[in-house]
Design a protein around this ligand. Sequence first.
Ligand SMILES: [Zn+2]
Length: 188
Amino acid sequence: MLLDCDDPQVGRLVATYVARLGLPADHLAITCHRKVYRDWLGRRVDASLGGAYTYLRRTQQHAILINLERIDRDQPKALEIVVAEELLHMRDFLDGDHRRHAKHGYDRIADRVAALTGATLTEVRTCLLPVKRRPLRYRYACPACGLAIWRRVRGTWSCRRCAPVFQRRYQLILQHDALAGDDALAAR
Ligand SMILES: [Zn+2]
């Protein structure tokens, strides 16, 4: 087994669940670093993931990411839940079950992770840190009805109240940038 992680708790939990799930460890590679995992896979990895499992056919390796930066370590079972879940995916793969998640935290996999770890379903659902979303920064307004709409990004839309599909004459006009202030907007 390759364990690319300095966190001793990860090592202990991996050993525990490899044994409990009866997994062969000789072709198992685990990293806590998303960039290392990206290099293993040869493609980018969603930064919001708490963990990931992939079978790499080329090298015949079971590759697991434990994405520590996304795991809410204030919750006592969070790390255990993620480690157990990714190793459960490996167990399923070896057993010929290649189905994906129906809905993370609410599907048959969540039920099995809860049973396996002794965690509640609530703990399974909340083991990751909340994803930081961009703030609602830009206020647009409809030139016809005056409807105000906040957006996270700049773009081109028309008023949903005046036009069910895009119409240039109802195109929303940028009025306010909450981060830059109105002066910066007027200067453009
Ligand atoms: Zn309108």
